[in-house]
Design a protein around this ligand. Sequence first.
Ligand code: ADP
Ligand code: TRP
Length: 321
Amino acid sequence: MRTLTGITPSGTLHIGNYFGAMRPAIEAQVKGDCFYFIADYHSMTSLFDPVERRKNTYGIALDWLACGLDPKKSVFWKQSDVPEVCELTWLIGSLTPMGLLERAHGYKDKTAKGLSPNFGLFSYPILMAADILLYDTHVVPVGQDQKQHLEMTRDIAIKFNQTYGDTFIVPEPRIREDVAVVPGLDGQKMSKSYGNTIDIFGDEKALKKRIMGIVMDSRLPADPKPDADKNIAIQLLKLLAPKEVAVDFENRLREGGLGYGDLKKALFEYYWTTFADARTKRTELAAQPDYVEAVLKEGAVKARDVASDVIKRARKACGIV
Ligand code: ADP
Ligand code: TRP
């Protein structure tokens, strides 16, 4: 039962990435057979600075290792170290209907936000399907926003299997309902592209300022707030603090008497403590770039081993060899 997921190195990682994708992926390691990669090819659809890409890729490797990815238990590599994924993109892309790609929310959202619609952005879901199918993946832990991409992957796999005979495993998404969409500082989905994130790692002062700067309404501390469950700080506290603590804050806010400033202070403290160990580990790892490089190279060898079998199978099925 193979689990696989990828994260695009298009910026620094935030707690939406952590709760939506990383934590479930890290927890899945106990069962073994986990494949995790840094989707640097995907980052090319929206990031055009090579220095930035290299920096983000390395930074994300540090983030994952610091948050608990164990290279002894999981295969961890950089997408571009297994270029077979590009070949598979072509093989499956050639039977992906335009209509399927035109319906992609990810593409529509990104172009609506002002990204220029290049071919890479349009074919993004095919490359993602190739990532998944190339490694005989069974389960893909992702956030809610990737659900449609997973459905597209399934459609593509089924179509390939119907056209050329049984070749690919049809994967299942794993979306945790409780953390399916982590809200950002402005209440929209937390996302690098919306500038509304709380990063997992970063400078304490700056992060505190961000959290204390969450915009709330103008009701007085004493006012009861029947909509306390909709409050962003409460929603985030539910992820970061023990359940009873979050429930207590929610009740106090609902009844009146809890000021927004105190609520945000508590949110910062729980956030800071949640990632304290990871922060220490990240600092240690940052001092060992050779180790991090070696982990990724070793991971690429293992990943490529699987990929070369699957690409052979796919080539044979469609009559390339
Ligand atoms: P971003 O939207 O910040 O660019 P990515 O698209 O790189 O994030 O997402 C990386 C992973 O993190 C994906 O599996 C995605 O579903 C998950 N993820 C991103 N943002 C959130 C969020 N706000 N809540 C839950 N999961 C998220
Ligand atoms: N598109 C995913 C995201 O933005 C990242 C990704 C690329 C991915 N390839 C993948 C996730 C394969 C899961 C499986 O979050």
